[in-house]
Structures are given as structure tokens and as C-alpha cells.
Design a protein around this ligand. Structure first.
Ligand SMILES: C[S@@+](CC[C@H](N)C(=O)[O-])C[C@H]1O[C@@H](n2cnc3c(N)ncnc32)[C@H](O)[C@@H]1O
Length: 188
């Protein structure tokens, strides 16, 4: 399936909360940076599953898509994403900031590591700091840690991202007029 075709499904069935240009940029850019087929991807905050559908485009056929989310429909979400993408999907209905959730991700990885993470859950400074600290050590090098909504104000995830990027290689995509959105990718 082309990225455009998947975008239409992610929008129509998965209710994706991303900007189209930003999402397509990420799907194109991340595999080029990583330089190998991606096997394991983690999205924190999955909502209707549209993000998982888009990011699955980056995965190898036998790759594993892991989601952490608090939505009640998590079993349906797993089936929905898997049936559309054909990629093995594991949804953890757990709070992303907890050590036990990190342990569940490690179990899901079955001895492998992540190629990348996309965080789009609770948009606070404290939360994103904790998520970065917990999940970055699970990412292979080269790999990525990607943030959504990178242009918010004080106390938000965006403030954390903007401070942290001074000390790391990163790339961003922000579409003019797209409010607080935008994606930023730390290149690990
Ligand atoms: C903006 S939506 C995610 C949109 C999705 N990434 C997409 O691209 O369509 C935010 C999601 O974060 C989840 N969430 C919020 N706080 C969370 C937490 N502490 N742990 C796990 N998930 C959380 C919510 O359940 C919700 O599904």
C-alpha cells in the first residue's frame, strides 16, 4: 500500500490526529535516517489507531507495532490496526509513565530493541520527561525518539522538547498555520 493510501485509511478509519504533511514526512524520513528496515516501533497515546497505521508503513513485514494508551477500546484497536496494516500489533492499556509499563514493552520486544518511539500521550513537561527517560534506553542506535505538538508553551511537552533539543541532533517538520502541532525527531 502506498503512504497516500494508508493516510486515507488512517484518517477515515483510524481518526489520525496528525497533520498529513508532517506524518508523511516522518514516514519517509525515519527509515532513511535509521538506514535499515524497522522492526519495532512504539507509539505512546494511540486514540483511534490512525498514528499506528501510518507508522506501520515504516515497519518490515515481520515487524511489531507496540502502542501504549488509556483508551477503553484497546482490544478493538489492536484488531483494527492489525487487520489494516497486516503487521503484528500489541496494545498495552497502561499508563506510559510507570516502570511496569516499560517492563511490559520489554516483554513485548522479546529480546529485541526499538527502532523508534513516537510520543503523543499526556502533553505535559513532567510526563514527556519521564517518558523520554524510561523509553530512550530501549532504542537502538541509529534510532529515533519523536515528539508531537512541539510548539506549545510553558509547562507543556513542547517546553521540554525545546530545552532538550539544544543538546542533541534533531530534525523537525512544522507546517505554517498548523498551530501548536509539528513533529520533532531526536536522532539517536
Ligand atoms: C492525542 S491522542 C493520540 C493521537 C494518536 N497518536 C494519533 O496520531 O492519532 C492522546 C492519547 O494519549 C493517551 N494517553 C493520555 N495520557 C496517557 C498516559 N498517561 N499513558 C498512556 N496513554 C495516555 C490517550 O488515551 C489518547 O489516546
Amino acid at each position: 500500500m502506498t503512504n497516500e493510501e494508508m493516510w486515507r485509511l488512517a484518517k477515515g478509519i483510524g481518526n489520525i490526529q496528525q497533520n498529513k504533511e508532517e506524518a508523511l514526512w516522518m514516514v519517509d524520513r525515519v527509515p532513511k535516517y535509521v538506514g535499515r528496515p524497522l522492526r519495532n516501533w512504539l507509539e505512546i497515546g494511540c486514540y483511534g489507531g490512525g498514528g499506528l497505521m501510518m507508522w506501520s508503513q515504516m515497519l518490515a513485514d515481520d515487524g511489531v507495532m507496540i502502542g501504549i494508551t488509556l483508551d477503553d477500546n484497546f482490544i478493538n484497536l489492536q484488531q483494527k490496526v492489525e487487520s489494516i496494516t497486516g503487521k503484528r500489533t500489541i496494545i498495552l492499556n497502561m499508563r506510559s509513565e510507570l516502570e511496569e509499563t516499560k517492563e511490559a514493552v520489554i516483554n513485548a520486544l522479546n529480546g529485541e530493541r526499538l527502532d523508534g518511539v513516537f510520543v503523543d500521550g499526556e502533553h505535559t513537561f513532567k510526563q514527556i520527561e519521564k517518558e523520554t527517560e524510561l523509553y530512550t534506553p530501549l532504542v537502538r542506535t541509529p534510532g529515533v525518539f519523536a515528539y508531537h505538538d512541539i510548539a506549545g508553551g510553558i509547562g507543556t511537552n513542547a517546553e521540554y522538547y525545546q530545552q532538550k533539543r539544544f543538546n542533541i541532533s534533531y530534525e523537525e517538520k512544522r507546517i505554517p498555520g498548523n498551530g501548536m502541532k509539528g513533529v520533532g525527531i531526536f536522532l539517536l
